[in-house]
Design a protein around this ligand. Structure first.
Ligand code: ADE
Length: 259
């Protein structure tokens, strides 16, 4: 996969040199190219922002440098364009998977109050353009959001994770654990500062371990993200799940029929 990132702070992306993503880049699974937006500004001060039409605080990124920067990349073809912004559609595991299936992504990092909207309109007629938010909080710019998205996408690329199964078990991965958060995990030693590992995990009984993990996932989801449980398809709940949720006083959705 090729990822181009345009930003006024390309040095923000140094973390992409390390760990799994760094290794994927070394191996050539991932080709990350950073671009300084100011290289396409056409005045001596390399200005990329100006005051907003209609007034108000802050500055807006000018369309001309963005147009010149993006046009220069389009000589190579048509990437899918992603613009991080708190007013975008939510970045989810599902969107990460969709983006991981693309051959080429172009991230355009806004700063200040954002990028002049005509840039998204201009390229929206030629490319797939998504404005994407990584959460309901406001960062100082899109760079950190792109680091988050690049890591979430990069680890889904074939051969990037050591164990392909870790992707399947993830919280939010589609499949058996869809919409459930993963429960707690443990490693050796069996007792640490008098905290014990739950004995079932050392029992060697795979069925019991799987059941315990699912119970813990249900408990944790109910405790910290009850809205995820509420949106769960009741058909994915077996009778053990229903009994546990009943004990925890959680009412399963209305089309629920006992089984
Ligand atoms: N830029 C500023 N805040 C952001 C957010 N929450 N998500 C994506 N980009 C952003």
């Amino acid at each position: 996969m090729r990822i181009d990132i345009i930003s006024i702070f390309p040095e923000y992306f140094a973390p992409l040199d390390v760990s799994l993503i760094g290794k994927a880049r070394e191996r050539g699974t991932l080709d990350v190219r950073l671009h300084q937006l100011r290289d396409w500004a056409n005045d001596v001060h390399r200005t990329v922002d100006d005051t907003p039409y209609g007034g108000g605080p802050g500055m807006v990124m000018k369309p001309e440098p963005w147009g010149a920067a993006i046009d220069s990349l389009l000589a190579d073809g048509s990437p899918r364009m992603v613009v991080p912004t708190p007013s975008g559609r939510p970045f989810t595991q599902e969107l990460a998977q969709e983006l991981a299936a693309e051959e080429w992504l172009l991230f355009c990092c806004g700063r200040y109050e954002g990028i002049d909207s005509r840039v998204m309109a201009e390229y929206g007629s030629r490319l797939r353009v998504d404005e994407v938010s990584i959460g309901d909080y406001v960062l100082a710019g899109g760079e950190v959001a792109v680091l988050v998205m690049a890591e979430a996408i990069g680890r889904l690329l074939p051969g990037v994770l050591g164990n392909a199964c870790s992707v399947v078990d993830d919280s939010f991965a589609p499949g058996a654990m869809q919409n459930l958060l993963e429960g707690p995990v443990f490693t050796k030693p069996p007792v640490w500062r008098s905290h014990e590992v739950p004995p079932v995990l050392m029992s060697g009984n795979h069925g019991k371990v799987a059941r315990w993990r699912r119970d813990e996932a249900l408990r944790r989801t109910l405790s910290v993200r009850p809205e995820l449980l509420a949106s769960l398809d009741p058909a994915t709940l077996d009778k053990h799940d229903r009994r546990l949720l009943d004990e925890l006083s959680f009412r399963v959705g209305s089309e629920d029929v006992a089984n």
